[in-house]
Design a binder for this molecule. Structure first.
Ligand code: 3HC
Length: 310
């Protein structure tokens, strides 16, 4: 376990308290032992996330992964704040809100003003360009190629965790065009302190992970659309034939069909290549509000405990 100092990162802020934000806060608090501030505009979301945090801590204690006192200390390191201005003294902020470029640009513009100039601004984006997000941090009065413009954008980096964050061993780092080597190394040290293995990808649509995973899921949905096999048989083929822990349709429900569609659209728009056309069935599922496990219905139907019932 780390000493709680990851390359100068002594305090963390997490913007967005959904399943990814909560997972990031969890590994930062339990494994890197960092104090973590969390902001989410939804009080209900925060309550759900804190309840999940307590369940995860209790489970780790029951399994002997954490001592009772370690779990108590980890929980005490988490603070919920009611505005991002409270992030002003942190060393690193990881944003984990919905996959929307305008939303992320607005948030990063504010974070760049509110946080210390040497704080790292990271996005947990699944596919959006880090270079575009970084450009939003440059004040409009300043040229993007001036020293001030370069220094503002150089502290923006992608720190891409995988769901469920406490379980998946990887973090994919994404270096935007303006990301400085020092920012990348500090991000690597932070991810390592959280107990993760690291890969580095260039700022291309979907990076490595989602440029491969989401078209694979999209193809599985097209298989269903064309009636090639039932949803159960598509999933079983990949689980038992290829050793995947979850079939692609179960995984799509787990990730969220809105997220899968948003990433697939980013791949299509970012490359202009029609091979990335989203499945029409996927579009319709999202139109219907059937977003997967989180809404209780996607390709499968889920009970209150998140177990598949049909
Ligand atoms: N949060 C925290 N821990 C969880 C969890 C969750 N949501 N779901 C499961 N776990 C833990 C369990 O508590 C258990 O921990 P333990 O070993 O300490 O008991 C462990 O994971 C295994 O869980 P289970 O025995 O209940 O179930 P499985 O063996 O079926 O594993 C799984 C569940 C780990 C989710 C496995 O099915 C899996 O690896 N699925 C693939 C997940 C995947 O591909 N994730 C990446 C998605 S893509 C992404 O995130 C990128 C984004 O940009 C789209």
């Amino acid at each position: 376990m780390s000493s709680g100092i990851a390359h100068g990162v002594k305090t963390l802020a997490v913007l967005g308290g959904g399943q990814m934000g909560l997972g990031i806060a969890y590994v930062a608090s339990t494994r890197a032992r960092l104090p973590v501030l969390i902001f989410d505009k939804s009080k209900e979301q925060i309550e759900r996330s804190l309840a999940l945090m307590d369940r995860l801590l209790s489970k780790d204690v029951a399994k002997g992964k954490l001592e009772g006192t370690e779990a108590k200390e980890a929980r005490e390191r988490i603070t919920i704040v009611d505005r991002t201005k409270a992030f002003r003294d942190v060393d690193l902020c990881v944003e984990a809100v919905a996959e929307s470029l305008p939303l992320k640009q607005t948030l990063f513009r504010s974070l760049a003003e509110e946080l210390r100039p040497d704080a790292i601004l990271a996005s947990n984006t699944s596919s959006i360009s880090i270079t575009k997000i970084a450009a939003a941090t440059i004040p409009q009065s300043v040229s993007s190629s001036s020293a001030e413009g370069l220094s503002s954008a150089s502290r923006v980096v992608g720190i891409h965790f995988f769901n469920p964050v406490p379980v998946m061993p990887l973090v994919e780092l994404i270096s935007g065009l303006q990301t400085s080597p020092e920012t990348l190394e500090r991000a690597r040290a932070f991810a390592t302190a959280c107990g993760k293995e690291v890969t580095v990808a260039k700022d291309m649509p979907g990076f490595v992970s989602n440029a491969l995973l989401i078209p694979f899921i999209n193809e599985a949905i097209m298989c269903l659309e064309k009636g090639i096999a039932t949803k159960e048989d598509i999933d079983k083929t990949l689980r038992l034939g290829m050793g995947h822990p979850m079939g692609p349709l179960t995984l799509a429900d787990f990730i969220g069909l809105d997220t899968c569609l948003a990433i697939q659209r980013t791949l299509l728009e970012g490359t202009g290549d029609s091979k990335y056309r989203p499945s029409i069935f996927l579009e319709r599922m999202v139109d219907a509000g059937w977003l997967g496990k989180k809404t209780g219905k996607g390709f499968y139907t889920y009970d209150d405990q998140g177990k598949i019932v049909a």
